[in-house]
Write a protein that binds this ligand. Structure first.
Ligand SMILES: *Cc1c(COP(=O)(O)O)cnc(C)c1O
Length: 350
């Protein structure tokens, strides 16, 4: 039987993930047979997890950060909602999020039996008035997105945090994708910019770690107590993760790649992505297409259904926004020659 080969990245345009950095790849392979879910037995990977959290804290403006490396942004978002729900007194908790919030919040609401209230947007960002109208005495968490999945927009995080504090709720920032580009922009998004309590920031997206490596950060370690479960048969006495056995490959790769790339490597990666996004926007506009301005390096553009189908048939991995635009995420594997080839296919097919 022929050996299966994984998807290569040469025509992947819409993924939030990318090829792991060589250093992440190496660390992932070396730590494949380790389980940070059992830190008493797998001590080295447990130490690497603490290093990874410290690095994520530096990136997100939180010295002495607490948190853990999760299976991804979905787990981190579920856990943030779980913290907020468990610390509140109400028996009918709700979470208020902008309509742009990732679908993982719907999973969180379902699993945790919390009501999710989504507020309409204004110019692709959370509308503060709409958010404020949905908040009441049962609100346990207000969510802001720092780098939306479809358009790369950043919500007004300090203002959302103020609304949360006024309501006695927690403020959670979802920077799963944006967290590794935002430090090089002017946006106010992190723990030093605003009174936020928890954050999702994923090394396995723009951080270039191997999958699975998501990140959950909390401002005060006590917030993690809301997640603690006793673990009778392990040497350690309690566990805060949603998963039990989990990937040491993800943890080790995240620690290694952040120590290598933060900050200069990530900044260079951001500058390249930014300039690729601007190039693509200019090229689309020169051809008369409507482009949603790329605030972070995601370009959404109105292409006809027929053209998108033709591009997919030509092998381009292209997804669409809920509103139907084609969506190009300028990840590290998306190079200028690749974009030029994509544009020439557009010229040929249109
Ligand atoms: C990708 C993403 C998630 C989900 O993360 P997974 O790692 O796919 O579980 C959550 N929020 C945002 C903003 C994302 O871009």
């Amino acid at each position: 039987m022929q050996r299966a080969e994984p998807q290569d990245f040469s025509r992947v345009l819409s993924s939030m993930c990318t090829e792991p950095h060589a250093i992440a790849h190496d660390a992932a392979v070396r730590f494949l047979a380790s389980n940070p879910g059992d830190p008493g037995t797998y001590e080295t990977v447990a130490r690497l997890e603490r290093d990874a959290i410290e690095s994520l804290g530096e990136i997100a403006g939180l010295p002495d950060a607490a948190g853990y490396i999760a299976s991804g942004g979905t787990e981190a978002n579920i856990q943030a909602v779980r913290i907020a729900r468990n610390r509140a007194e109400t028996r009918t908790p709700n979470v208020v999020a902008p309509a742009s919030a990732h679908f993982s919040f719907h999973k969180a609401a379902d699993v945790l039996r919390v009501e999710l209230r989504t507020a309409p947007l204004e110019e692709y960002r959370a509308n503060l008035e709409a958010v404020s109208e949905l908040i009441d005495e049962d609100t346990v968490c207000v969510v802001g997105v720092a780098g939306t999945t479809e358009y790369g927009r950043v919500d007004p995080i300090p203002e959302l945090a103020e609304l949360a504090v006024d309501a006695g709720a927690l403020c959670h920032v979802d920077a799963a994708w944006g967290g590794f580009v935002l430090p090089f922009t002017e946006h106010a998004w992190n723990f030093s910019d605003a009174e936020i309590h928890t954050m999702t920031i994923d090394p396995h997206k723009l951080g270039r770690a191997a999958v699975p490596a998501g990140g959950l950060l909390v401002r005060e370690p006590e917030l993690l107590d809301e997640l603690a479960i006793e673990t009778p048969y392990l040497e350690s006495t309690s566990q805060m993760t949603l998963t039990g056995t989990r990937s040491g490959a993800g943890v080790a790769s995240a620690a290694a790649v952040m120590s290598e790339l933060w900050p200069a490597g990530y900044e260079a990666q951001y500058r390249t992505a930014r300039s690729n996004a601007e190039y693509l926007r200019d090229e689309f506009e020169a051809r008369g297409y409507d482009v949603v301005e790329p605030v972070l390096p995601i370009v959404s553009v109105e292409l006809s259904d027929g053209l998108i189908d033709g591009l997919r048939d030509a092998g381009w991995r292209l997804s669409r926004t809920g509103a139907g635009e084609a969506r190009i995420v300028c990840m590290p594997h998306v190079t200028r020659p690749m974009l030029a080839a994509f544009l020439s296919d557009i010229d040929r097919l249109s």
